[in-house]
Design a protein around this ligand. Structure first.
Ligand code: TRP
Length: 344
């Protein structure tokens, strides 16, 4: 069976959005909209797998929505919504809780990292997190999923769940006229290393909302002054920039700044080095500040404008949720028939 190509991805509404979220996810989401039908979800159900302050969760949900819109994702042609408005995600996740095996989830490295040493005290939701993620994608029978490298293992689990469901229920799937397989096996669209943004204070760590120093990241709502200060203070080494990419290998901080420049300018790193090879960091940083302010300034301003209009944001989410639900309800109807649940 061939499935209609459909992109699905999600962003958690936790903390402020930063340059890493933009280059690694949201900008890529926007780029896919000409070639695919896209569904982009603010995954608030995933967020509460660890404690969230309720007011902060609502604020962050609107902020992610604003970022989607400000980055140019068209909420009329595509779908933008928050997960908790479409109950079918949680409903399908339950079925998947009964398809996925404990052994599979025990292998998830993200759970081990997030639960840390105190595994006994982690929420059950944190353990089952990947099953909900599979449900997010498969409730729309999504075929392509733009994610970062860190989500690759979760996506493989989604494929395993889809395959096991297709196998376990193959007779019923056929008997109900759905053909040979019901769920597609979703494929990752993994971002290349060029979109992996590292901390401005430590080139070996990912840029992250949980790093204590705000100087480690550029938030999407930072103003021009903050962007300039953070880039000027970014860690570097005393050597001038190399002229070849090979020269960046032992210099993670230099590599990161060149990578950010390349991604914002949408050119290869080699081209950046062709221009700035031999230059001092002070020169390069000034150019990077100018570029970052030009590219991120309008985006941050538009996000701020949108966040001040929660009525509009909430209307986008409600409209998106209702269109998403039409698709999701259709899938759940079929899943209920396949599993043997009596429905109204
Ligand atoms: N787990 C993803 C992350 O933390 C977010 C996410 C939830 C997601 N559901 C998804 C991503 C479905 C892709 C598809 O980045």
């Amino acid at each position: 069976m061939t499935f209609k190509e459909r992109v699905f991805s999600g962003v958690q509404p936790t903390g402020n959005l930063h340059l890493g979220n933009y280059l690694g996810a949201i900008a890529r989401f926007a780029a896919l909209q000409d070639n695919y039908d896209c569904i982009y979800c603010v995954v608030d159900l995933h967020a509460i797998t660890v404690w969230q302050d309720p007011a902060e969760l609502a604020r962050a949900t609107r902020e992610v929505t604003a970022a989607f819109i400000a980055c140019g994702i068209d909420p009329k042609k595509h779908i933008i919504f928050n997960q908790s408005q479409v109950a079918e995600h949680a409903e399908l996740a339950w079925v998947f809780n009964c398809v996925a095996r404990m052994g599979w989830l025990n292998r998830m490295t993200q759970f081990k990292e997030k639960a840390g040493k105190d595994r006994e005290n982690a929420s059950v939701g944190l353990f089952a997190y990947p099953n909900l993620m599979a449900a997010d994608i498969l409730v729309y029978r999504g075929t392509h999923v733009p994610v970062g490298e860190d989500q690759k293992q979760h996506l493989e689990l989604s494929r395993d769940i889809a395959q096991k469901f297709n196998n376990d229920f193959s007779a019923s799937i056929k008997a109900h006229g759905f053909g040979e397989t019901f769920f597609p096996l979703p494929e990752p669209l993994i971002a290349g290393p060029a979109t992996r943004v590292m901390s401005l204070r430590d080139g070996s760590k990912k840029m992250s909302k949980s790093e204590p120093s705000d100087y480690s990241r550029i938030n999407l709502t930072d103003d021009a002054d903050a962007i300039a200060q953070k880039i000027r203070k970014a860690k570097t080494d005393p050597e001038p920039l190399p002229s070849e990419e090979k020269g960046l290998e032992p210099r993670p901080e230099a590599d990161n700044l060149v990578g950010i420049y390349a991604a914002l300018a949408a050119v290869p790193k080699a081209q950046v080095l062709a221009e700035f090879g031999g230059a001092q960091f002070s020169t390069f940083k000034s150019a990077l500040v100018d570029l970052a302010v030009v590219k991120l300034g309008p985006l941050g301003a538009e996000m701020k404008r949108l966040v001040h209009d929660p009525v509009y944001i909430d209307s986008v989410l409600a409209d998106g949720a209702s269109r998403a639900q039409t698709i999701a309800a259709d899938t759940m109807k079929a899943v209920k028939d396949i599993v043997g649940f009596i429905r109204r």
